[in-house]
Write a new protein. Structure first.
Length: 185
């Protein structure tokens, strides 16, 4: 048995592992939780949404760490909420293409990608700015709520293109699993 996604492996090993072994179960390793493995790439997102890439192809391997729905106005009344969004790194903004204020705000901060909903393209100056900054704009036909719900249901699967994640999994396996014992199975 391999125990995976453990928040505190040392604590788990000390407090829980003896009881599991008393039940006669052979534990081949306790693998820690790695937040990095829960992030999805813009490329995987585009594939899963069947999105059209408008611009920013060079940024398709960026990771998405935070997701925001850009439905509120980017005005002074929402200053605190907007500041929280802008300050988050590697974010995805989901908004309609006619929300130029929201898209421009996203493009001026650490944004991994903008998903444009309702098949609405933003003005050409915004597309040009996104292209210049290398931030992907993805176009989908669904509304903002449906798109956000689809994204919420995505699993962060590993793909052959996720070289950084694959290297992390390899390192975790080498460090936390009894590979010699595992190879016997």
């Amino acid at each position: 048995m391999v125990i995976n996604k453990v928040q505190s492996p040392a604590e788990f090993t000390e407090s829980c592992l003896p009881g599991i072994r008393e039940l006669g179960m052979k534990v081949l390793g306790v693998v820690p939780f790695e937040k990095e493995l829960t992030y999805i790439s813009v490329r995987l997102l585009a594939e899963r949404l069947f999105a059209k890439v408008i611009t920013g192809e060079a940024g398709m391997d960026r990771l998405i760490k935070h997701i925001f729905v850009g439905a509120m106005a980017a005005d002074p009344a929402h200053k605190n909420t907007l500041a929280n969004i802008i300050n988050k790194e590697s974010k995805l903004i989901i908004t309609s293409g006619d929300r130029s204020d929201m898209i421009l705000t996203a493009l001026d901060s650490d944004t991994s990608c903008v998903v444009l909903t309702n098949n609405v393209l933003p003005p050409s100056n915004i597309i040009a700015k996104s292209r210049d900054k290398g931030i992907p704009l993805l176009l989908v036909p669904t509304d903002t709520y449906t798109t956000a719900t689809q994204i919420d249901g995505l699993e962060p699967l590993l793909t052959k293109d996720d070289t950084g994640k694959l290297a992390m999994v390899e390192r975790l396996m080498k460090e936390h699993l009894d590979l010699k014992e595992l190879m016997k199975f």
